[in-house]
Design a protein around this ligand. Structure first.
Ligand SMILES: [Zn+2]
Ligand SMILES: [Zn+2]
Length: 357
């Protein structure tokens, strides 16, 4: 029996789906852990009591806590470049170029994007609660979550002349225009922060990225929305992990099915060969009774005259039914890739031995 017949494409598909399902499962576990930590994180109001709680906490530090307050700059705020009435503490400016590039494989124009300019400005800021208690937010750009809102978005379209259009068709690239966006975390927005709360030696409260590697969140939505977003991310990873595991299982089933049919075919051919040999032996015995000799009377010369059209070394010893052609030996017949007569292409339903008397 030959080794297990796995094709390179099947092995590649199986490997890719297993690797993908492993990665998705890892990301699912990671988002699930984040979700559990968010669920367990205690919520604190920013007020005088928060300092008292931290004073009695070992290390004056709460590993993972949720606070909510209004954004206030610690110094001068940033002003929007486009809407002078908007002031904020974080500002992200992005200029992206949009092009259409001709894809010769799919014969279509595909969108392509390139960042031309990216700038981030930040000023120190605090979250203000009741009684003028504040929590300083450290490293806000390391946080995940939706904490900026779009304050400006404009698409600058490019106008072309006839010469440009011809040039674009020849080069296979069309410039669509440039998209200019500005995002800001505005002063006065209510911000939910999830991270490590620490009371500094100078008595200030700080929110910073957790030192145990947990995810740091800042969001202008409320805590429940933040939790809902994380839940849907975890669900997506779970669905992708299941889908890729199913794809892997489908490849295994496909290989198994092919292997089963191959084994079945080999078994059928073996049965057929045995039946053919039995018929041949019975025929020889019958001929011996008639002629008194087991070997055919027409000797080696006849064999060459009637040699199998495929191997040219064995005598033609089988009749292909239903067409009735006698053209090959039984070993060549068994090696046919398809059960079709090599002379007339008619499908072969049965093979019987040929006897010369
Ligand atoms: Zn042959
Ligand atoms: Zn035929």
């Amino acid at each position: 029996m030959d080794g297990f017949p796995v094709k390179i494409t099947e092995a590649a598909c199986l490997g890719a789906s297993l690797a993908l399902s492993g990665i998705c499962y890892y990301l699912y576990r990671k988002s699930r852990t984040t979700l559990d930590k968010l669920d367990d994180a205690p919520h604190f109001a920013i007020d005088g009591k928060l300092k008292d709680i931290l004073k009695v906490t070992p290390g004056a530090c709460l590993q993972y806590a949720v606070v909510e307050g209004a954004v206030q700059p610690a110094g001068e705020p940033l002003t929007s470049h486009f809407q002078k009435e908007f002031v904020g503490v974080l500002q992200k400016f992005l200029l992206r170029e949009h092009r259409l590039v001709w894809n010769s494989l799919s014969r279509t124009w595909a969108d392509s994007e390139r960042v031309l300019h990216h700038r981030v400005n930040a000023v120190p800021f605090v979250l203000v609660g009741s009684n003028e208690t504040t929590v300083r937010v450290l490293c806000p750009l390391q946080a995940s979550g939706l904490y900026m809102e779009t304050t400006h978005e404009k698409f600058h379209q490019v106008n072309y002349g006839l010469g440009d259009i011809i040039g674009q068709y020849l080069s296979g690239e069309k410039l669509k225009g440039q998209l200019e966006t500005e995002e800001m975390l505005k002063v006065g927005s209510t911000l939910t922060g999830v991270g490590e709360l620490i009371l500094d030696t100078d008595g200030t409260l700080n929110l910073r990225p957790p030192s145990d590697g947990s995810q740091y969140f800042l969001s202008i939505t409320d805590f429940d929305t933040l939790l809902g977003e994380q839940e849907s991310i975890a669900l997506w990873w779970k669905a992708l992990a299941i889908a890729s595991a199913l794809a892997g299982a489908a490849v295994v089933l496909w290989v198994g099915r092919r292997y089963y049919y191959e084994l079945k075919l080999r078994w059928e051919r073996e049965q057929e060969r045995k039946a053919f040999e039995r018929l041949q032996t019975e025929g020889s015995q019958a001929r011996a009774l008639v002629t008194g000799s087991e070997t055919p009377q027409d000797g080696a010369e006849e064999h060459i005259e009637n040699a199998c059209v495929i191997c040219l070394s064995q005598p033609r010893n089988c009749i292909l039914l239903d067409c009735g052609h006698v053209c090959c030996c039984h070993s060549c017949y068994q090696a046919f890739p398809h059960r079709r007569c090599p002379i007339c292409r008619q499908s072969i339903s049965r093979v019987v031995p040929l006897f010369h008397v």
